[in-house]
Design a protein around this ligand. Structure first.
Ligand code: NAP
Length: 281
C-alpha cells in the first residue's frame, strides 16, 4: 500500500512555488500578495491564519493579516474588501471562516472580486469550475486532486465516489474528477447504500466529518482512498476513513494527520500566485 505523504507533497509544491515567485519577481519587479481577514478570537482560526501567513512568507509572497474583533460591523468588513479589491498590491483575498453570526457569510464571499477569490467560493468561480473554465479552485479539493494525480496521472474512465456534497469539499471535488473524465458518483447522508457505492470505486474521496466511516470492507483492492476528514476523538485526531482496515485493501491512502491537511495551505499559495499571473496578462 502506498502511504500518500501529504507533508512531503506540500513541501515539494511550496518549493516549486518559491521558485515561481522568484521568477515572477524578476520578471514583473513585484510579488503576489495575499491578504487574510481574521474576525474574532476563535483559536483554530487564529492557528490556521498564522500557518497561512508563515507559509506565504516562506515562499516569498507579500502577506498581510487584517484583524477585527468579534463585534466588528458587517459594513466595515465589506468596505475593507472593496478597498482590497482595488489595491494592486493585493493578488488574493481570503476571509477566514467561520464568521460571527451577525455577518452574512455569502455577502462577504460575493464582495470579493472573483479574480482575487483565492478560496474559490465566489459563485462566479463555482460556475466557472463547473463549466470547465479557468477559475480559482477551493484549496482542499485542489490538494486532494494533486495527490490523486501523483498516484494515477491518467484518471480517464475511472470510477470515483465522493462521500459528502459540501460546497467546500464534495462538490468542487466532483467537478475536478469529472474534468479528468472520471465517472463520478456523489454521495451524502441520504445515500441508500454507501458501502455498495464505495465498493464500486477506483477512487474514493471521503469528506464527511464522521470518524472512520469508510471501513475496510467498503474498499475494493487497488482503490485510491483520500481522507479529507479531521475529527477530534478521545483517541486523538482521526479521519473519515478507518485507516488500519482500509490500508489492508487500498492501493494508496492518505493518513490523518499528514495527508490532505498540509496540501490545503500549499494550494492557497498556489491560488494566490495563479491570481497574480492572471492579473498580469
Ligand atoms: P460538511 O459541510 O459538514 O459536509 C458533510 C457532508 O457529509 C454533507 O454533504 C453530508 O450530507 C455528508 N454526510 C453526513 N453524514 C453522512 C453519511 N452518514 N454518509 C454519507 N454522507 C454523509 O463537511 P465539510 O466542510 O465538507 O468537511 C468534511 C470533513 O472534512 C470534516 O471532518 C472537516 O473537518 C474536514 N475538513 C478538512 C480539511 C483539510 O484541510 N483536510 C478542510 C476542510 C474540512 P448532507 O449534505 O446530506 O447533509
Amino acid at each position: 500500500m502506498i502511504l500518500i505523504d501529504g507533508k512531503k507533497a506540500a513541501a515539494e509544491l511550496r518549493a516549486e512555488l518559491k521558485e515561481e515567485v522568484a521568477e515572477l519577481k524578476s520578471k514583473h519587479n513585484k510579488v503576489p500578495g495575499l491578504t487574510v481577514i481574521l474576525i474574532g478570537d476563535l483559536t483554530p482560526s487564529q492557528i490556521y491564519v498564522r500557518n497561512k501567513e508563515k507559509s506565504a512568507n516562506e515562499v516569498g509572497l507579500k502577506s498581510e493579516v487584517i484583524k477585527y474583533p468579534d463585534s466588528v460591523e458587517e459594513r466595515t468588513v465589506l468596505e475593507k474588501i472593496q478597498e482590497l479589491n482595488s489595491d494592486e498590491t493585493v493578488s488574493g483575498i481570503l476571509v477566514q471562516l467561520p464568521l460571527p453570526k451577525h455577518i452574512d457569510k455569502q455577502k462577504v464571499i460575493e464582495a470579493i472580486v472573483p479574480s482575487k477569490d483565492v478560496d474559490g467560493f465566489h459563485p462566479m468561480n463555482v460556475g466557472n469550475l463547473s463549466s470547465g473554465y479557468e477559475s480559482s479552485i477551493p484549496c482542499t479539493p485542489l490538494g486532494c486532486y494533486l495527490l490523486i494525480k501523483k498516484i494515477e496521472p491518467n484518471l480517464s474512465g475511472k470510477k470515483a465516489v465522493v462521500v459528502g456534497r459540501s460546497n467546500l469539499n464534495g462538490k468542487p471535488m466532483t467537478q475536478l474528477l469529472l474534468k479528468e473524465n472520471c465517472t463520478v458518483t456523489i454521495t451524502h447522508s441520504k445515500t441508500k447504500d454507501l458501502k455498495a457505492e464505495c465498493l464500486d470505486a477506483d477512487i474514493i474521496v471521503a469528506a464527511v466529518g464522521i470518524p472512520e466511516l469508510v471501513r475496510g470492507d467498503w474498499v475494493k483492492k487497488d482503490a485510491i482512498v483520500i481522507d479529507v476528514g479531521i475529527n477530534k476523538t478521545d483517541n486523538g485526531i482521526v479521519g473519515d476513513v478507518h485507516f488500519d482496515e482500509v490500508s489492508k485493501n487500498a492501493k494508496a491512502l492518505t493518513p490523518v494527520p499528514g495527508g490532505v491537511g498540509p496540501m490545503t495551505i500549499a494550494c492557497l499559495l498556489k491560488n494566490t500566485i495563479d491570481c497574480f499571473k492572471r492579473s498580469q496578462i
